[in-house]
Design a protein around this ligand. Structure first.
Ligand code: T5A
Length: 208
């Protein structure tokens, strides 16, 4: 068992397959599974508010602060205690989504968003970010329900989000693993499992 658990974030645009793959990865590694915004009772309530189309339009800074309030609670109540106890956590979205959506997508200054993220997370970053990359039209075509407030943004927004994720991955290759999300789910899962094991030097070990 690792002395300290690992934090692995699964990232990507709408419909990339994050929820599917985060659940599979957590099961493969024996890690806890959580999501953002959400992961705690307060966080799930904030998520409901954030995604509710009734609150459109919402100020960009309001959106950022709500995302980060949910993260601060998630870290304090769930993630940090798990990591400290040697349990690893796979989280469906984390800081990469804040940079991609509120920074690149909404257009808030990136350095301000980074600073706000550091403040909310007490400097905690994911040990590895897995970016499941799919073209925006493929992600959109997988939608099965009415779009939520953020999904309903225009295609230009979602393209900026995608390019933002890719820019972050290129800028910090040691912390990002990019996987082609347009492949079939089993193939995506195999690529993620192999990449995570090699990046985190895990061999065939489970994480907790
Ligand atoms: N957000 C979040 C911010 O703006 N800032 C932040 O800081 C944070 C943390 C959260 C929203 O909040 C925003 C981003 C989001 O807009 P969400 O539910 O996490 O919302 O994100 P969504 O992208 O809306 O989630 P989805 O459920 O739509 O997409 P997923 O999780 O990427 O995809 P998944 O796994 O649910 O799959 C969607 C469908 O595609 C199929 C699945 O079976 C399912 O039907 N599928 C595939 N089909 C073909 N090939 C594959 N490889 C497939 N993988 C899955």
């Amino acid at each position: 068992m690792a002395a300290t658990g690992r934090l692995i974030a699964v990232e990507g645009g709408e419909g990339a397959g994050k929820s599917t793959q985060a659940a599979r990865l957590a099961a493969t590694l024996g890690a806890e599974l959580s999501r953002e915004p959400g992961g705690t009772p307060l966080g799930e309530e904030v998520r409901r508010l954030l995604l509710d189309p009734a609150f459109a339009p919402l100020g960009d800074r309001t959106e950022l602060m709500l995302m980060l309030a949910a993260r601060a609670e998630h870290l304090a109540e769930r993630i940090e205690p798990a990591l400290a106890a040697g349990r690893s956590v796979v989280v469906d979205r984390f800081q990469g989504s804040t940079l991609a959506y509120q920074g690149y997508g909404r257009g808030l200054p990136l350095e301000e968003v980074r600073l706000a993220c550091r403040l909310a997370a007490g400097g905690r970053e994911a040990d590895l970010n897995v970016l499941i990359d799919v073209p925006v039209d493929i992600g959109t075509s997988r939608r099965t329900a009415a779009p939520d407030r953020i999904e309903a943004a225009d295609g230009g927004f979602h393209e900026r989000v995608r390019q933002g994720f890719l820019a972050e991955a290129v800028g910090d290759p040691a912390r990002w693993l990019v996987v082609d999300g347009s492949a079939p789910p089993d193939q995506v899962a195999d690529a993620i499992a192999a990449g995570v094991r090699s990046r985190l030097d895990l061999g065939t070990a489970r994480l907790s």
